[in-house]
Design a protein around this ligand. Sequence first.
Ligand code: DGL
Length: 273
Amino acid sequence: MSDRTPTVLVFDSGLGGLTVFSELRTALAGARFVYAADDAVFPYGRLPEDAVIARVTAVMDRLIPLYRPDVVVIACNTASTLVLPALRSRFSTPFVGTVPAIKPAVAQTRTGRVAILATPGTVRRDYTRALVQSFAAGIAVELVGAVGLAALAERHLKGEAVDPAAVLAEISPCFVDTGGRRTDIVVLACTHYPLVLDLMRQVAPWPVAWLDPAPAIARRTADLLGPLPPSAEPEEALAIFTSGAGVTDALRKALLARGLPRLGVETMGALVH
Ligand code: DGL
């Protein structure tokens, strides 16, 4: 173990990775954190796969030499289900990804019917479909691609009004009842969705368990880093944005409340292609 304070780079297309960052801060209180949001391109869920790979690689090409992280947490299912092999072969830095928590959902369901609530991109991935094939034999799995829920979650985080009916429209395909056999687990397979958990609970047709893998991701990251050096001196976490255009006062307040007092902009324009 080195006695340098380790740096953890937490990356998402937008603000959803904050749900993972909160857990990481608890698990790794002595680490230095940089939270990076690719707000110039958000949302990733609508992008073709080659565009996501090119963009995340370009962002990492910029951020890894700048911040020299000891670990990078890709706090985005839409990216992790696609880009991890490319990133791991390009950089020596370890990467922790966020992928749909299908295994724990299968272990916990009592009705044998679960839903995976994700972006349209994550739902389309071969990776996601292979997870279902491998781990959900005999279980009814609803793969639900929510088109606008990540954007609604960003608005809710910034304190803007979100219509509960719009949230219900996004999540209602998760709720299936065939002759009394109802969905009992909804996997939150986009890091934005825990930001609207209160609204989802309010409008859900019936109570379910909402499975958020963020604590498990934080544990995995802490295991990977090992014990922090006693001399580790945490500094105030930094949030950076690739466009910065949406960094309003309301967002500043929300970030401060989540332990991100310092903001920066690392301009990266729009898409690579
Ligand atoms: N937070 C991202 C995820 O976990 C997705 C949001 C987006 O579409 O960019 O999938």
